[in-house]
Design a protein around this ligand. Structure first.
Ligand code: NI
Ligand code: MN
Length: 232
């Protein structure tokens, strides 16, 4: 069983066996967050999709306190290592890494392309922006992360069990392009992300879910902040 919890914005907690994976933790100065960085306990891995403040802001403090392995592009991993975050798991787009707990591999993370930028908050170069395909047990979950729609999504993620796609628009693809993406990915379930945090990226998520069901013939759920869904 894999449990996905939306912690607002683009922040997800992914639990599978002894894995407790945080994706793009953003709590400090996040008006939609209902928990804070200090509430994150027992985290085994922190996946970082790109260098923007709303994805890296709370990574260092959580990694230092919990000992979580930070998995990010080579450049972002180096940036965190300079801040005393260790260990870091540098990788790059196209690569796959094991997700281990106590030396036992419980899943894999593949870093896949995203069309976005990735400058770090202090102006450092963050490498390429990325998404992730997680393989956990017999399930695959695609986190598109911050990205425009691009047709090769279907190459990396076709037929996954869950596709988590941004719908907020302005900084990522919006509702219309998310439908295009889901039509080509053909996941069993689609979940929205990167929406509702601030007025420019607020969307009618229930209307989005209706459109996914009707236009993409795919089940869709819009989680509220803090809500979880079990994938089994
Ligand atoms: Ni971004
Ligand atoms: Mn973002």
């Amino acid at each position: 069983m894999t449990k996905l919890t939306w912690l607002s914005h683009a922040t997800w907690l992914i639990e599978h066996g002894d894995l407790r994976i945080l994706l793009d933790p953003f709590f400090t100065d996040n008006p939609a967050a209902q928990v804070q960085a200090d509430d994150m306990d027992g985290i085994t891995h922190i996946l970082v999709s790109h260098g923007h403040f709303d994805h890296v802001g709370d990574v260092a403090s959580i990694a230092k306190r919990t000992g979580a392995l930070v998995v990010a592009t080579f450049e972002i991993a180096q940036w965190f290592e300079k801040q005393g975050v260790s260990p870091c798991g540098p990788m790059n787009v196209g690569g796959t890494v094991p997700l281990d707990v106590d030396g036992i591999t419980l899943g894999h993370a593949k870093m896949v392309p995203a069309i976005h930028s990735s400058g770090l908050p202090d102006g450092s170069y963050g490498g390429s922006a990325a998404g992730f395909v997680l393989a956990l047990g017999d399930k695959k979950i695609y986190f598109a992360c911050d990205t425009a729609y691009f047709s090769d999504m279907k190459f990396y993620a076709h037929g996954v069990d869950v596709a988590v796609v941004p719908i907020g628009d302005v900084f990522t693809m919006g509702v219309d392009d998310s439908i295009q993406a889901i039509q080509r990915i053909e996941p069993k379930l689609a979940l929205p992300t990167h929406h509702g945090t601030w007025p420019p990226i607020t969307q009618d998520v229930e209307a989005w879910a209706v459109r996914v069901r009707e236009d993409a013939k795919c089940e869709a759920r819009a989680l509220s902040v803090g809500e979880s869904i079990a994938i089994e």
